[in-house]
Design a protein around this ligand. Structure first.
Ligand code: ZN
Length: 492
C-alpha cells in the first residue's frame, strides 16, 4: 500500500496537471482564441478551479498530512517542503467556502469585461460598482482569517514568505529614498542631455531580434515557444513546456526588453530539478522570487552598458539604418532614460517602484475603509503628483490602467516591488561569486550567470520561500538598501 507521503506526491502531481490545464486555457485566451468562446472558457476555468479547491480542502487531505508528518522521511528537505506547501493550501482552502470561490470567480469574469469597456471610454463610474464589490469581497476573504493584519491573507496568495507588516515596513523605508532618488536622477538625465532618438523598427526585424534575445539568455526552444499577446507573460503549460509572449510596436524596442523579462521567468521554470517538475513544487511559489529573476535578466543584465555592447551589434545587424544615426552610447542612454511616466508597464527602472507604492497604499486605505471607491480617482491623482511629479489627464492613464484589480488580484502589486529589491540582493551575490561577470556579459556570455542562478535557485523550484532563498543565496534578509545602491550607482 502506498505510504501517506507517496499519496501526497500523487495528489501533488494531480494538482499540478490541473493547474497546467488552467495555464493552457489562459495561454489560449491571450494568444488568439476567439472572443465568442469566452463563456465556454469561463465555464472550463470555473470547473477546474472548483476541482482544485475540492482536492485541497477535503478532510482526507487533512488526515493524509497528519499521517505523512509522522513518517521519518517527512524531515527530508523536499518532503518537508511538499508537506508545508500542501498544509498551507489545506488551511487556506478549508477556511474559504466553495460558494465564496465561485461567487468571486463570477464577479471577476464580469468585472474584467466591464473594465475593458470603462478603460477604453475613460469611464470610471461604469467600473466603480464592480471595483467596490471586488474590494468588499477581498475584505470578506481577509475576514476568514480572523486576527491577522487585513492585508496578510491577500498577500499570502501570491507571496507566502513575507508578512504584511514586514512589507509595510520595507515600503515605508523605501518610499522617501526612492522619491528623492528619482528627483535627482531626472535632473542628472536632463543635464546629460541624452539624445532621444525616435525611429521606426520593422516588426519582422524585431521578431528576429526577439529570437536572438531569448536565445542568448539561454531560453530552451526545444521546451518552449515565443508568441504574441497584448500584455507579455510567461506560462508553464506542462512538463518541459514553458511559453513566453511579447508585444511588438513599430515605435520602439519594448519587445526586446519584454523578451529579456519573460525569458528571465522562463529560465527559472526551465531549470527546475527534474525530480520536482510535474509536482506542485515544480513551479513558482513566491511571485516576488520569480519576478526577481525576470527583473535581473531584463534590467541588471539586459540594460547594463556591458551587455548592451553586444546588443548594439545586433541592432546594427537587424536595423542597419537606425544604427547609422544612433551610436552605441546614445543607445545605452536611451534605454536607460529616467523619466517619470503615467503608465506602470512603460516605467523605467528608477521610477517603477513608485507606481507600486501608489497601488499598495491605495489598496490598504480601501481595505481599511479609510478611502471610498468613489474617491479613488482623485486619491490616485494626488499620489501620482506627490511621488512622480506629474498628473494623469484621464482615468484611462490613471486608476483604470491595470487589469489586476478587475481580476480580483488585491495584494499582488507588492510582489513586483519585492522582486526588484530581491533582484538587487541576488545580483550583488552573483557578482561576488563571478568577479569577471561584466566582462563576460560584454562578450555576450551568459552561461556562468545562468549556471550560478540555476544551482542557487532555479533547481529548487518552489521549495524555497523568498525569505529562505535570500538567506540561502545571500545570507541576508530582505532589504531595500542594495536596490537603492544599485540605482544610485547607475543613475546618479
Ligand atoms: Zn514578470
Amino acid at each position: 500500500m502506498a505510504s501517506p507521503l507517496n499519496k501526497l506526491r500523487e495528489l501533488s502531481a494531480q494538482i499540478r496537471q490541473l493547474e497546467c490545464a488552467l495555464e493552457l486555457l489562459d495561454w489560449d485566451s491571450q494568444t488568439g482564441a476567439p472572443a465568442g468562446g469566452v463563456e465556454g472558457r469561463a465555464a472550463q476555468i470555473a470547473l477546474l478551479s472548483e476541482i482544485i479547491h475540492q482536492k485541497l480542502s477535503s478532510s482526507s487531505l487533512g488526515r493524509l498530512l497528519d499521517a505523512a508528518e509522522r513518517e521519518p522521511a517527512a524531515k527530508e528537505f523536499f518532503n518537508a517542503r511538499l508537506i508545508r506547501f500542501l498544509r498551507r493550501e489545506y488551511e487556506i482552502n478549508t477556511k474559504v467556502p466553495a460558494r465564496f470561490v465561485s461567487r468571486f470567480a463570477r464577479l471577476t469574469v464580469t468585472a474584467q469585461r466591464v473594465w475593458e469597456e470603462a478603460r477604453s471610454n475613460n469611464d470610471f463610474k461604469r467600473f466603480s460598482p464592480y471595483l467596490h464589490d471586488i474590494f468588499q469581497m477581498n475584505a470578506e476573504y481577509s475576514g476568514f482569517f480572523a486576527g491577522e493584519h487585513i492585508y496578510e491573507p491577500l498577500l499570502r496568495r501570491f507571496e507566502p514568505g513575507f508578512s504584511a507588516g514586514e512589507v509595510e515596513r520595507v515600503i515605508g523605508e523605501l518610499r522617501p529614498a526612492q522619491v528623492a532618488l528619482v528627483k535627482r536622477a531626472v535632473t542628472e538625465e536632463k543635464a546629460r542631455g541624452a539624445t532621444l532618438l525616435r525611429h521606426k523598427f520593422s516588426i519582422g526585424a524585431q521578431k528576429r531580434l526577439t529570437q536572438w534575445a531569448a536565445g542568448i539568455l539561454g531560453f530552451d526552444f526545444n521546451c518552449g515557444v515565443i508568441s504574441e499577446s497584448m500584455h507579455p507573460f510567461t506560462c508553464t503549460v506542462g512538463v518541459h513546456d514553458v511559453r513566453i509572449t511579447t508585444n511588438y510596436r513599430e515605435s520602439d524596442l519594448s519587445s526586446l526588453f519584454s523578451t529579456f523579462h519573460e525569458t528571465g521567468h522562463a529560465l527559472y521554470e526551465q531549470n527546475v530539478a527534474e525530480s520536482l517538475i510535474g509536482g506542485v513544487l515544480g513551479s513558482q511559489v513566491s511571485l516576488s522570487l520569480h519576478e526577481s529573476q525576470s527583473r535581473l535578466w531584463e534590467n541588471m543584465v539586459g540594460r547594463s552598458p556591458d551587455f548592451l555592447h553586444c546588443v548594439y551589434k545586433q541592432i546594427k545587424r537587424f536595423f542597419p539604418r537606425v544604427a547609422t544615426t544612433m551610436e552605441e552610447d546614445d543607445f545605452v542612454a536611451v534605454v536607460n532614460e529616467v523619466a517619470p511616466s503615467l503608465i506602470r508597464v512603460d516605467a523605467d527602472e528608477a521610477t517603477y517602484n513608485l507606481h507600486i507604492i501608489i497601488r499598495f497604499e491605495l489598496e490598504l486605505a480601501l481595505l481599511r475603509g479609510e478611502l471610498s471607491v468613489a474617491d479613488l480617482p482623485e486619491a490616485w491623482r494626488a499620489k501620482v503628483v506627490e511621488y512622480l511629479g506629474i498628473a494623469p489627464g484621464s482615468d484611462t492613464d490613471g486608476v483604470l490602467q491595470d487589469v489586476h484589480w478587475a481580476c480580483g488580484l488585491i495584494g499582488y502589486f507588492p510582489t513586483y516591488l519585492l522582486g526588484n529589491l530581491i533582484s538587487a540582493q541576488i545580483w550583488r551575490a552573483a557578482n561576488r561569486a563571478i568577479p569577471d561577470l561584466p566582462y563576460q556579459l560584454r562578450r555576450g556570455q551568459t552561461s556562468a550567470l545562468r549556471q550560478y542562478l540555476t544551482e542557487k535557485l532555479y533547481v529548487f523550484g518552489g521549495a524555497y520561500d523568498a525569505e529562505e532563498a535570500l538567506e540561502h543565496i545571500c545570507g541576508e534578509k530582505l532589504s531595500p538598501e542594495p536596490y537603492l545602491e544599485y540605482l544610485r550607482n547607475k543613475f546618479l
